[in-house]
Design a protein around this ligand. Structure first.
Ligand code: NAP
Length: 432
């Protein structure tokens, strides 16, 4: 058998530990498939004394992870530390500048610095791979870059954050409110102590930006994404959606208008019809739909996180490198990536669910429907939910007929400052 692929692991937490366990368990099988063994040479984490449930004594320990990049006995550095900047980025830059391969699961770093790193990889003729950065164990980057590579992609969209999906599907199953379910998700380890990145849609947006760049051959532009999270969704919205035949899911969607058109990229909660495959995706599972002009609709589904699934994606990247297969990180060389202008979201046509929180007094409904009429928005159904206590607030929900998003925006502008509306209206498009 030929020379092993020698790797260094930076980060021995959930994913790093999973990578060691996977390589130890499946080493022989991987060596057969890759044509050579994958051998861990050196490792690094913050705390050398921590029990990680794996035997680290056979690997060399490095206190400063950036030194992994300079080791002559290492071919590929695997960055599993996290964070868009800081030590992870310093390590990535050093590794690629040294002409070594880099494998990472770090979506924040790739979403913010992916182009720079891809350029460095090209300069150093070194592989850069990040399958685990998007949707954990699901081979969606491979699916797009290889399996669907012959297609013009119309849309790529899906459930890209397991924490949000767990919260929304648990709210749906139990009728409980957001804060209550978030607390439980934290206790069960499905949500971080600081859940901001997940529940505000930022984590899903990192992944969507990466998918969009690969699907549409565009330069990654994280700032162009519109992002809304799930914090404002109430149990009443979920119940209302159910009555209408929908579930609520946080959906990241990127769509490119044909030939020279703009790129639309948005993460936001949507109403998903029960007949759509994404409606059945419960708990922390992720799922991504790719629509190709010859392949039709492709659905990728699986565990979006966790030590095993994420390690599976990391090691698959290493197998590619061991085989000498590595495509351009974003499918085409950085210089050939297009600068895609943001699409005019106002022209997008959709049906929408709107929920208003209003004071219970006469004339409120008339005020809202008049604003809709004046903005040219046609209402398909209107629901006033329950009677409040004296002087309390009521929820008014409606579904619009299909129309441009600009109409709904205009209606909301007309209602701005209305003393009857007690919090900003919640708008969620209906998927499909
Ligand atoms: N967890 C998942 O399911 C999942 C899924 C997909 C992608 N990812 C991505 O994978 C990466 C790692 O995630 P994770 O969940 O494994 O994180 P984690 O459990 O928090 O582990 C992070 C590791 O990095 C080490 N570390 C932190 N700062 C360091 C420094 N300055 N020098 C050396 N080591 C340092 C920590 O050391 P100590 O252990 O000594 O503290 C720890 O071993 C992140 O980019 C994450 O977004 C994770």
């Amino acid at each position: 058998m030929t020379q092993p692929l020698r790797i260094a692991l930076a980060g021995l937490g959930t994913v790093g530990g999973g990578v060691i366990r996977l390589i130890e368990a499946n080493g022989a099988l991987i060596a057969r498939r890759a044509g050579r063994p994958i051998e861990i040479v050196a490792v690094c984490a913050r705390d050398r004394t921590k029990d990680r449930g794996v035997d680290l004594s056979r690997y060399q320990w490095e206190d400063d992870m950036t030194l992994l990049a300079g080791r002559d006995d290492v071919d590929v550095v695997v960055e599993l530390v996290g964070g868009a900047d800081g030590s992870a980025l310093a390590l990535a830059r050093r590794t690629l500048a040294a002409g070594k391969g880099l494998v990472t699961a770090n979506k924040a770093m790739i979403a913010h610095h992916g182009l720079e790193l891809a350029e460095a990889a090209e300069r150093g003729q070194a592989p850069l791979q990040f399958e685990a950065a998007v949707a954990g164990g699901i081979p969606i980057i491979k699916g797009l870059r290889e399996g669907a590579s012959a297609n013009r992609i119309a849309r790529v969209y899906g459930i890209l954050n397991g924490t949000c999906n767990y919260i929304l599907s648990t709210m749906e199953a139990t009728g409980r409110d957001f804060a209550d379910v978030l607390k439980e998700a934290q206790e069960l380890g499905y949500a971080e102590a600081d859940p901001t990145f997940d529940i505000e849609g930022i984590d899903a947006a990192h992944k969507l930006a990466i998918l969009a760049a690969i699907a549409f051959g565009g330069r990654i532009d994280f700032g162009a994404l519109e992002i809304a999270g799930i914090t404002r969704i109430r149990a009443a919205d979920i119940a209302q959606a159910a009555e209408l035949g929908y579930v609520i899911r946080l959906i990241g969607l990127a769509e490119c208008e044909a030939e020279g058109g703009g790129l639309f990229q948005r993460v936001q909660p949507c109403l998903v019809p029960l007949t759509h495959p994404l409606a059945a995706v419960d708990g922390p599972t992720n799922a991504v739909v790719v629509e190709g002009n010859f392949s039709g609709r492709l659905l990728f589904q699986g565990a979006g996180a966790g030590d095993g699934p994420t390690a599976s994606a990391v090691v698959a990247d290493l197998v590619d490198i061991a085989r000498g297969q590595s495509a351009a990180p974003f499918s085409v060389p950085v210089n050939d990536l297009e600068t895609l202008q943001p699409a005019d979201a106002g022209r997008r046509r959709a049906r929408a669910y709107l929920r208003f929180t209003v004071t219970d007094r006469p004339g409120v409904l008339a005020e809202i429907t008049a604003a809709m009429r004046d903005a040219g928005v046609s209402i398909e159904s209107l629901i006033q939910q329950g009677r409040p206590e004296e002087g309390g607030e009521v929820l008014v929900a409606m579904v619009t007929h299909e129309g441009p998003e600009s109409g709904v925006s205009r209606a909301l502008e007309l209602l701005e400052g209305s003393p009857s509306i007690t919090e900003p209206p919640l708008v969620m498009p209906l998927l499909g």
